[in-house]
Every structure is written in structure tokens, then in C-alpha cells.
Design a protein around this ligand. Structure first.
Ligand code: ATP
Ligand code: MG
Length: 397
């Protein structure tokens, strides 16, 4: 059984004077996440490292799953504490540790001792040799390889003495809350949830907006977006999901604009409304969307140029260079794929033209939008009023 976890973080080590800000944010995020796990956890920062100590019973898998969802954590090493601090005690503990954690012991290994407590009577090299011998004797099938060991057993001689040999990969990135907030345009597909994840991974908190088109889209399509937000909130904490009724605007575009321009005009209105919500919140400093160049007609360079044009705040498209398969792989990894794959219609699939323009001309599109002049202000106002905010995930703060 492991009594603590050593948290490894790479990038925040590079932040100079800001380092403490990042470490505090990371410790805070780890505490927040572990609140959802049964057990008593103590998160502490010691000598530029973060430790999670466990008191009493806890569920290893649940704890590991929670830690893997904290941005800023690069690796998680489960640590065994050694009670008998004599050199013999440490050797016995090492043998037991290998016995418990490795069923097949046909491996090469190396012992790496760090003597942070210089008062400890045995120097680190000597300890490496003692423990190495003990392991070789207990498990003759093992072999020492000091250059490329398959198992690297770390022993740390501090006030406490502990050992670990495995590092489980974390989510990486930067701790949430170190980089402001953005508004994600979240639809039910594979792309936008992954786009949100990618931005959140850099320390950005998320809110989201979904354009709903009842009765053309079903409640199940809306539920799908709520469920996707729930998966995202496991990484991102609380998300305010704005659900906007987009039906009237879509109908007006359908009635008054050329059908091959429907998608692009609709996307431009989505961007305008999203910008309005972002600005109202006074917190969201950018929009996030799930496009990648050339994926579909509305995502050619020309289409993106026209889609972006109404926006005056930054639009982040973290998937811009991803292939579809890379996006799906990532969606599998983070857990959004099983929801994204459900077939419910969304507003884009309902009114889609048979042959949408792939090379829209901005002036032509703007001229078509003029057809909406008499109604659009009212319709936008109604859309803003329709905003239903669903609060997803645990409370902020
Ligand atoms: P996704 O897989 O995210 O659904 P997509 O491949 O279907 O994307 P488009 O339909 O071209 O792509 O939409 C591009 C982006 O616009 C989406 O990634 C998303 O950010 C945003 N978007 C599209 N439809 C909606 C919607 N109904 N509500 C909110 N955002 C939307
Ligand atoms: Mg879509």
C-alpha cells in the first residue's frame, strides 16, 4: 500500500518568481479534486515538490483517477513510507516493495538513493549498494543495469524515509486558474469538447455556449451538450453553460439569404452572440471553437476568414492543425468520445445546404446579411434574452 503520492510538475518549475503562484494554484487544484475522493488527504509543498499524503483507508484507483485530471500534474509517483529507518529496515522494505509491485521480476534495475538528511549515517552510494544486494539476493532473476535500468527504485532519506519506482503520466499543462477564462462554443460533435480541453489544459477556466434550435433539435441533443460539459468539468471545475435559442435567427437566415451561404452566415451570428456573452461576463477574454483547417466546407481558410470577421475579441482554435483521427483519439482519452458519438441532430445539420460555399467572399456574404437588416436587431435581442444558464460541476471558489 502507498502512503503518499509525489506530484511531478515540469513547466511550472520554469516560471521564475511566479513559481510560487503556480505551485499554490496547483496545490489548490489538487485539494479541490481530492475532495471528491473518499479519504483524508494532506497536500503539502516541501522543497519545491508537492506531496499528497494519505491518512488511513483510501481507494488507490479513485485517487489516481482524480490526480490524473488535474492540469499541471506531469507525473504521479505512488510512494511507500519506510517505518524502520535502519539500513537493514530499508533493505527489507525494498525487497517487500519489489515483491508487492512486480509480479514478474525478470527485469534490470538500479537503486537511486538521495540523502537529503545529511545526518543519516549511510551515504547514498553505499545505500544503493546495500539495497541492490538485498534485492539481488531475494530475487536472483533480477539484474543490475546502472545505465538503462527497467526499474529505477528511488529511495529518499529525509525526515521520513520513502521509496517509489513508478511514475504514472498526468494530464500535463498548467494549473487551472493561472490563465483567466474563455468561452467555448460547444456543440455535440467530437471537436469542440476537445478544443475546450486543450485551452483549459493551459490553465484557462471555461464557460460554454450552446446554440439550440428547438423544435428542430431535440432535448436529447441539448442533454448531450450538458453531458459533455459534465465530462469537461471533471478537468475544468465549474462551467457556466449558456443555452441560447437560435431557432428564429436560423429561420430568418433560411428565409432571407442564399441557401449555399446558410452555414457561413449562421456561424457568423454564433460568433457575434458568443462575443456578446463573453463581454457581458466581463471575465471571458477569448472564444474557443473546434475548427481545423479544411475539415469541412465551413472550415477552409476562406471560410474561417469570413467566420472570424465579425469578432473583435481573440478566437482560439486549438485544433487548427489536427487531423480528424487525432481529435477522435484525444476525445477517447479524455472521455468525451462516447457522448460525442451519439447521433442526435444539431442545428448545423438541420438547415445545411447541399452545396455550401467553400470559398465565401466577404463582401458577398455581408451583402446577403443586409437582407436581415429589418429583423436582426430584434432577433439578437430575443436570443440574448433566451439565455438559460446551466451550472455544471462543483462550485467555484
Ligand atoms: P464539432 O465537432 O465541435 O461539432 P464540427 O466539425 O461539427 O464541430 P462546425 O459545425 O463547422 O464543426 O462548427 C465549427 C465550430 O463551431 C464547432 O467546433 C463549435 O465550436 C462551433 N459550433 C458549431 N455549432 C455549434 C452549436 N450548435 N453550438 C455551439 N457551438 C457551435
Ligand atoms: Mg458539429
Amino acid at each position: 500500500m502507498f502512503q503518499s503520492f509525489l506530484i511531478k510538475y515540469a513547466e511550472i518549475g520554469l516560471k521564475g518568481k511566479n513559481r510560487y503562484v503556480f505551485e499554490d494554484a496547483l496545490a489548490l487544484e489538487i485539494r479541490r479534486k481530492l475532495k471528491q475522493v473518499e479519504g483524508e488527504f494532506q497536500v503539502s509543498r516541501i522543497n519545491g515538490r508537492i506531496y499528497v499524503e494519505v491518512e488511513g483507508d483510501y481507494d488507490y484507483d479513485e485517487t489516481m483517477a482524480a490526480l490524473k485530471k488535474v492540469f499541471g500534474v506531469n507525473g504521479i509517483s505512488p510512494v511507500s513510507h519506510i517505518m524502520n529507518k535502519t539500513p537493514e529496515g530499508i533493505c527489507q522494505a525494498a525487497v517487500a516493495f519489489i515483491g508487492e509491485n512486480y509480479q514478474d521480476r525478470h527485469f534490470t534495475f538500479k537503486v537511486d538513493t538521495r540523502r537529503a538528511n545529511k545526518a543519516y549515517p549511510v551515504p547514498s552510494m553505499e545505500m544503493d549498494a546495500l539495497v541492490g544486494e538485498a534485492i539481488l539476493e531475494a530475487y536472483p532473476e533480477t539484474k543490475v543495469d546502472v545505465h538503462h535500468p527497467e526499474v529505477l527504485l528511488h529511495i529518499e532519506l529525509r525526515d521520513q524515509i520513502f521509496m517509489y519506482s513508478k511514475t504514472i503520466k498526468g494530464a500535463g499543462g498548467l494549473p487551472l486558474g493561472t490563465n483567466g477564462r474563455a468561452l467555448l462554443l460547444l456543440s455535440g460533435g467530437f471537436d469542440s469538447p476537445v478544443a475546450g480541453y486543450m485551452v483549459a489544459k493551459r490553465g484557462v477556466r471555461l464557460d460554454a455556449v450552446y446554440f439550440n434550435a428547438p423544435p428542430y433539435t431535440s432535448d436529447r441533443a441539448k442533454q448531450k451538450v450538458i453531458d459533455l460539459s459534465k465530462v469537461l468539468s471533471e478537468y475544468c471545475g465549474e462551467i457556466h453553460l449558456h443555452i441560447i435559442n437560435f431557432t428564429d435567427i436560423q429561420m430568418a437566415i433560411y428565409e432571407k439569404c442564399p441557401h449555399d451561404e446558410l452555414t457561413i452566415i449562421m456561424r457568423r451570428y454564433m460568433m457575434r452572440i458568443a462575443e456578446h456573452i463573453a463581454r457581458e461576463s466581463q471575465e471571458c477574454l477569448g472564444l474557443v471553437t473546434g475548427e481545423s483547417i479544411g475539415q469541412v466546407a465551413s472550415q477552409t481558410m476562406k471560410s474561417l476568414f469570413v467566420t472570424d470577421e465579425p469578432c473583435t475579441i481573440p478566437v482560439y482554435r486549438p485544433l487548427i492543425g489536427f487531423d480528424k483521427q487525432e481529435i477522435i483519439d484525444r476525445a477517447e482519452e479524455i472521455g468525451t468520445a462516447p457522448i460525442s458519438i451519439l447521433p442526435y441532430e444539431d442545428c448545423c445539420t438541420i438547415f445545411v445546404a447541399k452545396h455550401p460555399v467553400t470559398k465565401p467572399n466577404l463582401n458577398v456574404i455581408k451583402a446577403s446579411e443586409k437582407n436581415l437588416n429589418t429583423v436582426i436587431e430584434d432577433l439578437l435581442e430575443k436570443a440574448y434574452e433566451s439565455d438559460e444558464v446551466v451550472i455544471i460541476g462543483e462550485q467555484r471558489g
